[in-house]
Structure formats: C-alpha cells, structure tokens
Design a protein around this ligand. Sequence first.
Ligand code: FE2
Length: 260
Amino acid sequence: MNHLTLDDIDCFSQEGYLIFEGLLDHDLNERLKADVDQLMVDRQKGERPILMTYPELGPLTSEPSVVDRVADLMDRQKFTHHHIHASLHLPGEGGAQWHHDYVQPPQTNRSHVMVHVFMYLDGLNGEVGDLLVMPGTHKKVMNNDAFRQFQFKDLPGSRTVDNLASGSIIIVHSALQHARRPKSGGSVYKRYFIDTSYCQAGILWGGYPNIEEINRVALERGCDRHGKYAFLYDTSQFFDRLSHTQRLKAVNKGSLALQL
Ligand SMILES: [Fe+2]
C-alpha cells in the first residue's frame, strides 16, 4: 500500500512533515547509492549532468512508493515534479542554516502545496549531519531566510532527526523551516542524500531555467512509466523565476495590494 492514512494527512497538515523509516526497497536503495557514487565521480570531472540521465535517479522521480504518497497530500489535484537533487555528504561537510524552500516570489500565501521528499539511503546516525525541523512553520508566511540568524541551533519546539534506518524518506512541506546541522563525522558513515520535490497543480511555479530539457529527458527515458506519471513532467506548470524576480524588484514598493 502506497497510500497515507487520514492520521498521516492530518499530521502533515499540522506538523508539516511525515517520516517513513526504511521505505525504499533494499535493492532499489543499493542501486540508488551506486548512481549517487557515479554522480560524485562525474561531478569530480567537472561535469554538471542532468540527474534524469542516471538509470535509477531518473525513475526515482516517479517511484510509486513515494509519488503515490505525495498524491495523497495534494487534495486530489494533479501535481508536477519540480526537481531532483542528490549528494554524498562526507565527514567535514558544512551545514545548511535554518531556511525553507517554498518557491514563491514574493512569499505571500500558502494556497498550494509544494513538498520536498528527503531520502536518506544509509539513514542517519548522528554523524556528518542531522536534520532539524520546526513543526508548524509551513503554515506561516515568511521569507526563506527568516530563521537564518539561528544558524543550526535548537529552537523552542524544534526537533532533531538523527537516527533513521537505511532507505528512509521524510516528506516535508517545502515551507517548513529546516536545517542541516553539521556534525564532526564518525569512521565510515557517509550521508547519501537525495531530495525530490513536487508542486500542486492550479498555479504556476518558479522552475529551473532548463526545466523543459529536464522534462524532455525524463520522458525520453520512460520516467513516466508508460504514461501513468506523464503529468509529473509538464513544463507548462512553470514560469521563469529569474526574469520574474527581476520584474518584481522593480515594482516591489509599498503595499503590493495597491498594484493589483
Ligand atoms: Fe532545504
């Protein structure tokens, strides 16, 4: 069963995240680690590959055990894939200060759902980097960097996730404040990390400049699983964030309500 319970959905709307320990099938998890290893080799060579070209990372964006759960958070609306990122965090890896990743210039409402799915292929064990989350912050409208001055600190009500089984995923509302706290590292643990992201249909979302190419590659490689998940690779759901951010700068004075 790839679906969420009503309790899951309620918990997500209150807290802004859901943890699924050991969700990814062992064999898939191992193949994904091999892809991330290869990605690191390719990046070392100075390449900037599209992740959809990797045999496991591409199809991961439509992995039913993940995407069908995400679907249950989208209020019966369709949704689109926003991005996939992957990395291998080694001892000495820096952190990511408190922030959120909800793509909305300017930040004015939370009318539609955007989620990030954090995937920890080797789990978390308190070495290299912990995940911090601040439950409920996805319901507040604020700039991405509103908590940045707190860096990696525990805050009243914040939670630390530092103990997860291999193949665990966390579905996070993209507007939830979170951080990666750097740790000193242990002996052998490497922090395999992938995140995918999905946006609810009904509005346009700020996308990457090469989203059209990314979606073309995804479809060419069959990431849509014989059409069943073709809706994930729909470029018409996006606008060019950079050019609109420039336009916004020019008009963002006083109350925007007066400019409607
Ligand atoms: Fe983030």
